[in-house]
Ligand binder design. Structure first.
Ligand code: SAH
Length: 339
């Protein structure tokens, strides 16, 4: 289970260190607008009601979620024949998310009613047929939990000396893949109940074009792994503490995502393609700060604050070109329409 992103709006917060994720959205903003305008028939969806519900699944603390929501609302308004729609935005994240910061920073001039829905998007979150558009960016690569085998010392999937599936044994790779499949199936099953016929899901998530390709972001994990192994060698950390730590993230292969959506059978695939992030201000973007904002909680849960601080201080010394390369890891952009 993902630990929440860093809350608040301080130096290490997600709200100050999430411009890379924003670049992912920028790359597909026009495509989202176009898809909404071409596929969402507001009159049919609403059947006389004026409430249009948008859910952001894994919204974190902002500001990216606000840009996404505004993009979607603009497109719906452009398409709608009436101007009396009332938008309700349901901001979803895990219960540990800093919803206070999110709500304190909601844009003052907004044309929607905001509500929080706390809980995992791998389970039910909303009443049946109550959502018109669901959006999820940079969140579905977090697994609901670590694959079981990775926690058991005598299991073939015990991931000694590694913290991720990159470079790991076949058993580890398989265990991660099975967990991803189970999670995506649950995600789609729940959304199929919650999204009205003709409604849409917009997904943006880190992913790869072929099964044997490593996502560039895994380079960062390999660095953190090397730092941890160094700390074991220096006697700062016990080997077993590293062996039992694994990052609960999978960068899915696009063909697997397509297959799982088809197996679910409730959604038409309007679009399913790889995207490259745009506008990354490579020189200024501090990728380690992004890593910290997103991963600090996960590290602290396992290693405690003191060791995590040491890991992050060492990570700050990593070569910039590696960081920049990792930041350019592409993603999957999917638009699904509820049949
Ligand atoms: N959508 C934002 C934030 C991405 S960070 C953006 O694009 O910038 C990923 C977020 O997903 C985190 O806030 C994390 O808590 C959330 N998340 C991860 N797993 C989740 C789950 N199972 N249910 C709900 N939220 C989840």
């Amino acid at each position: 289970m993902a630990s929440p992103m860093n809350g608040g709006d301080g130096t290490h917060s997600y709200s100050k260190n999430s411009t890379l994720q924003r670049c992912g959205l920028s790359a597909v903003e026009d495509a989202i607008k176009e898809a909404v305008m071409q596929n969402v028939e507001t009159d049919k969806l609403l059947c006389g009601s004026t409430r249009f519900a948008i859910a952001d699944l894994g919204c974190s603390v902002g500001p990216n979620t606000f840009h996404a929501v505004e993009t979607i609302i603009e497109a719906v308004q452009h398409k709608s024949s009436t101007n009396n729609l009332e938008f309700q935005v349901l901001f979803n994240d895990q219960i540990g998310n800093d919803f206070n910061t999110l709500f304190a920073s909601l844009p003052q001039e907004r044309n929607y009613f905001a509500a929080a829905v706390a809980g995992s998007f791998y389970g039910r979150l909303f009443p049946s047929s109550s959502i018109h558009i669901a959006y999820s960016s940079g969140a579905l690569h977090w697994l609901s939990k670590l694959p079981e085998g990775l926690k058991v010392k005598d299991s073939p999937a015990w991931n000694a000396g590694r913290i991720h599936y990159s470079g790991a044994s076949d058993a580890v790779v398989k265990a991660y893949a099975e967990q991803l499949e189970e999670d995506l199936e649950n995600f789609l099953r729940c959304r199929a109940q919650e999204i009205v016929g003709g409604g849409m899901i917009v997904i943006l998530v880190g992913g790869v074009s072929h099964a044997n390709v490593q996502h560039r972001s895994t380079v960062l994990f390999t660095f953190v792994e090397a730092i941890l192994i160094d700390m074991v060698k220096e006697g700062v950390l016990a080997q077993e503490v590293v062996d039992s730590f694994n990052i609960p993230i999978v960068y899915a292969c696009i063909n697997d995502v397509r297959r799982i959506v088809e197996k679910n059978g409730c959604f038409e695939i309007v679009k399913m393609e790889m995207v490259e992030p745009v506008d990354i201000a490579t020189a200024e973007t501090n990728v380690v700060m992004h890593l910290r904002a997103a991963m600090e909680g996960t590290l602290i849960d396992h290693f405690g604050e003191e060791i995590t601080e040491q890991v992050l201080v060492r990570a700050m010394r990593l070569p910039t070109h590696m960081m920049v390369d990792a930041a350019h890891g592409g993603g999957i952009f999917a638009l699904l329409k509820r049949k």
